[in-house]
Design a protein around this ligand. Sequence first.
Ligand SMILES: [Zn+2]
Length: 266
Amino acid sequence: MDLSSSLMPPTGTKHGPEVSDDSRTAHPPVNATGGEIAAQAEATLLAALSGGQPTLPDGPSTSRPATQAPGMVQSVNLLDLMAEDSASAAEASSLRCLRLSGDATLVIPFTADGARVNAHYLNDPDVKGWILCPGPGCALCAVKQKVEQRVLVPVYDCMAEEVAVLAMSGALRPKALLPQFQRVFQTINETGLQVVSISKPDNMTYDVRSWPIPATAPDGADVIAKFVQDMEQGRVKLDSVFLTLSNETLRALPSVERKLALHGLA
Ligand SMILES: [Zn+2]
């Protein structure tokens, strides 16, 4: 198996201005945990934006008291909504993005098979975080909201003892994350699994080092095996770490609605 090839971007891929892979950590991304939660949150958000009451399937959120008169726009926070739907949350995937910092984060990569997605960073009063670009007809693309490519790959987070998703920009400059990680996978391919230390000395560079897993160190084999099984059976999706909103919902966000109007696209 050629671990290194599947993460190589296609030749001719156009990269925008190089930004740090994780440059927006000051605004934690909305962590959409699972399709069901995201769908419910979206339904609630859409209902709130249109001034109506949420029309949700059975669940605790439907019993929330109406605190505002019909017709008023109600601000909602997706994270709060998700926390309220704790029963559903327990059933949904808890996949999250790995947060990187100046301190070394220790991970064990176990597959070079990832996903490449296009996403927008939305800084809206109602929705703050990474949103998957819905593709043709996207309201955010229409108002020239920057779209960025992210390569997602699952890794074992040694300290959290769970699998998390490493989101890398498509940047290929030497100190960017993706090319350094590709070299790690080449080493893994040749010599076996490695512990990888990733730190971020500044916003533009990553320091990536790797070494063979020490014999006495916990290697997360059981957790990794379960994750691989869940992936194979479609129970987890890497792109669930980003929020998925329909074009209808995006267009209804007040900030997007205003931009569409100013572009003459309302
Ligand atoms: Zn878009």
